[in-house]
Design a protein around this ligand. Structure first.
Ligand SMILES: C[S@@+](CC[C@H](N)C(=O)[O-])C[C@H]1O[C@@H](n2cnc3c(N)ncnc32)[C@H](O)[C@@H]1O
Length: 271
């Protein structure tokens, strides 16, 4: 896996990610995940691959958890998280080697992270290890890219405008498997009960151009244009946006805005 496939990026992108993509996309999924897992009073909660911290922050804001910890590989993402919520413990580390003793948490969460881990079975086993007996886990991953039309149109436009393989990082955000496979991996890791829901959210951006611009500035895909001069970068962003728009059903572009369904698997598991 390349650096981009692990969803790594430099200092500016995390700030833009938190400002634009968290409100438009990941905060919707965070609300859904927390509704499903419903942390209880006194729980200790770990958010793995916390990024800029939306899930940990929402958990802390519920005011029920005794301890909330956010863990991520990326120090620039954690710096934003830290600046927004000093009450949460933010820790740099890997999902594959969690820096916690066995039985440390009541609840483990991992939103839109599992798809980037080079060893998913190990990451799931690590969740099991750090959970207390009877502990619960909640995690989400985007399903096959074809089930999220704007992502699929953008993926095809990238290859068309920047050359074959330009969409590799975008495709790595999605898992082309079914809910049963996710349930099987989760059980094999040691969870007893697993429920995997296929969930769709309506995502809104002010325009297709905004969506494409945020994808190419606020994610590791910023690397695709980093060597271009500003006018060339702008020209490419517009071309990719026009190409992606031409592939979408017109109803998703009504009034010049972009509205599209985004599909994820959301798993709730317990020991
Ligand atoms: C798409 S972001 C999701 C962030 C956050 N959970 C959210 O919903 O906004 C994926 C995150 O996974 C992190 N990540 C990737 N591989 C990781 C690993 N092995 N251990 C910990 N974090 C990892 C990246 O640094 C990035 O912050």
């Amino acid at each position: 896996m390349s650096v981009e496939e692990h969803w790594q990026m430099d200092a500016t992108a995390p700030e833009l990610y938190d400002r634009y993509l968290v409100p438009a996309i990941t905060s919707l999924w965070a609300g859904d995940l927390l509704d499903r897992i419903a942390p209880k009073r006194g729980d200790s909660v770990l958010d793995i691959a916390c990024g800029t911290g939306v899930v940990a922050r929402f958990t802390e804001q519920l005011g029920l958890a005794r301890r909330v910890v956010g863990l991520d590989l990326n120090s620039a993402m954690l710096a934003i998280a830290r600046s927004k919520s000093p009450q949460v413990e933010w820790i740099e580390g890997s999902a594959l080697d969690l820096p916690f003793d066995a039985g440390s948490f009541d609840v483990v969460l991992c939103q839109l992270g599992l798809q980037f881990f080079p060893d998913r079975p190990l990451a799931l086993k690590e969740m099991v290890r750090v959970l207390k007996p009877g502990g619960r886990a909640g995690f989400s991953v985007y399903s096959a890219i074809e089930n999220t039309p704007a992502a699929y149109a953008f993926d095809q436009a990238l290859d068309e405008c920047l050359g074959e393989e330009a969409s590799r990082t975008k495709r790595a955000e999605h898992l082309s498997c079914d809910a049963q496979e996710i349930a099987d991996w989760t059980k094999q890791a040691g969870f007893d009960l697993v429920d995997v829901a296929t969930v769709t959210k309506q995502i809104k951006f002010p325009s297709m151009l905004d969506y494409v611009r945020f994808q190419l500035t606020a994610t590791p895909m910023a690397g695709l244009l980093k060597d271009k001069e500003v006018p060339e970068r702008e020209r490419l962003i517009v071309s990719i946006s026009d190409d992606a728009a031409s592939r979408l059903d017109r109803s998703m572009l009504a009034g010049g805005k972009l509205t599209f369904p985004q599909q994820s698997f959301v798993a709730i598991a317990s020991l």
